[in-house]
Ligand binder design. Structure first.
Ligand code: LCS
Length: 397
């Protein structure tokens, strides 16, 4: 039995593991099977009826993925977890479990582009009402709640401008209005190594595990974490019937492997990002830096309270706007021009034309996503080498 007070690194390695009774394997084996054989017809019936445990079919559960789900639940301090084939699979499986025609969702206006599209262009087609607000404005949160509100959805730090929302304050306002409303927090940017939204009062955490949780840029994956009853609904309806976005057992294995070093990786991401944010902030070719670790960031105090580190993402605008930003991207020698984040490699991208191209120009402006904004995912290379690449690029502007 795992000590519930064990540290993050220990849990990432040991929580949820099952001793291999057959061969004594140290690492969790990959059960690369779609289905499971029943002893009898009656046993199959009992498993479908939920009268007996045991596996049925990998869309409903798999032994490799079970270990990973228990581990991520432990890391997020949640009762249960459901693994999915992508972050969007997690978000859509959770939201289709919560919402339906006639229901109302309040969402922050600054979201990953495809989450924004799902809410703005997808769910509204099926009779779900969605209002976009600024969840860092607590008055706006209070004013947006209605009788049919079923969910308040936010990211903190938000993709791509690292806006910070006070999770505890939002949860308090929402639950005082109606305890049934689910506060859903996308914890992808912080990761559970730096922030646990459930401990701050959120009801549900969603993740793109494509990012820091896996950490090696080789899978697309997601998680939903919450109480056991909600996760069962997600597994048996949102995931099983609505999206079918199930994690593959080999992907589960890769994430189990990646998680073993997560605490070390996050410490390095944070340390380097803090240095790079300070370097950019002092650079005369740089207009603005968005990093919650900088004292001039509007969410700095809240971030210092609700996060144990400021994360590995740094966004900034260079003088000369969008054209100068494009020139900087094109001049990178080591840093890769690519979307995604949380990998060992440092990645740089232009949200307005890439990750957030689902927003119209007006929506970008209303959401505080500048046309020239550049987003940097600080990798695990030596920080001097990352800064040297930025330096040679900035020198060309
Ligand atoms: N939530 C956040 C905060 C994200 O950044 C992403 C993907 C998702 C959910 C969706 O996860 P996926 O389905 O891709 O696993 N963000 C990306 C990004 O910023 N660049 O490329 C993908």
């Amino acid at each position: 039995m795992m000590n519930p007070n064990a540290g993050f690194g220990t849990k990432a390695i040991h929580a949820g593991n099952v001793k291999d009774q057959q061969y004594g394997a140290l690492t969790t084996p990959i059960y690369q099977t779609s289905t499971f054989v029943f002893d009898t017809c009656e046993q199959g019936g009992r498993r479908f009826a939920g009268e007996e445990g045991g596996h049925i079919y990998t869309r409903l559960g798999n032994p490799t993925t079970d270990v990973l789900e228990r581990k991520v639940a432990a890391l997020e301090c949640g009762e249960a977890c459901v693994a999915t084939a992508s972050g969007m699979g997690a978000i859509s499986s959770a939201l289709w479990t919560i919402a339906g025609a006639g229901k109302h969702i309040v969402a922050d206006a600054t979201l990953y582009g495809c989450t924004f599209a799902l809410l703005n262009h997808g769910m509204t087609r099926y009779g779900v009402e969605v209002d976009f607000i600024d969840t860092s404005d607590l008055g706006a949160v209070k004013a947006a709640l209605k009788e049919n509100t079923c969910c308040v959805y936010l990211e903190t730090p938000a993709n791509p401008n690292l806006k910070i929302t006070d999770i505890a304050a939002v949860a308090e306002i929402v639950h005082a209005y109606n305890p049934e409303i689910k506060v859903v927090c996308d914890n992808t940017f912080a990761s559970p190594a730096l922030q646990n939204p459930l401990k701050l009062g959120a009801d549900v955490v969603v993740h793109s595990a494509t990012k820091y949780l896996n950490g090696h840029g080789d899978v697309i994956a997601g998680f939903v974490v919450g109480d056991a009853a909600f996760c069962t609904q997600v597994r048996m309806f949102g995931l099983k019937d609505m999206t079918g976005a199930v994690m593959d057992p080999f992907c589960s294995f890769l994430i189990l492997r990646g998680l073993k070093t997560m605490e070390l990786r996050m410490a390095r991401h944070c340390e380097s990002a803090e240095k790079i944010a300070a370097y950019l902030d002092a650079h005369d070719k740089v207009e603005t830096v968005y990093y919650p670790g900088l004292a001039n960031h509007p969410g700095h105090d809240i971030a210092a309270r609700q996060m144990s580190g400021f994360g590995g993402m740094v966004s900034f605008e260079v003088k000369g706007g969008r054209a100068a930003g494009a020139k900087l991207l094109n001049s990178m020698k080591m840093i890769a021009v690519a979307v995604s984040l949380g990998d060992a490699e440092t990645l740089i991208e232009h949200p307005a034309s890439m990750t957030h191209s689902t927003y119209s120009e007006e929506e970008l402006a209303a959401s505080g996503i500048g046309a020239g904004l550049i987003r940097l995912s600080v990798g695990l290379e030596n920080v001097e080498d990352i800064i040297a690449d930025l330096e040679q690029g900035l020198a060309q502007l």
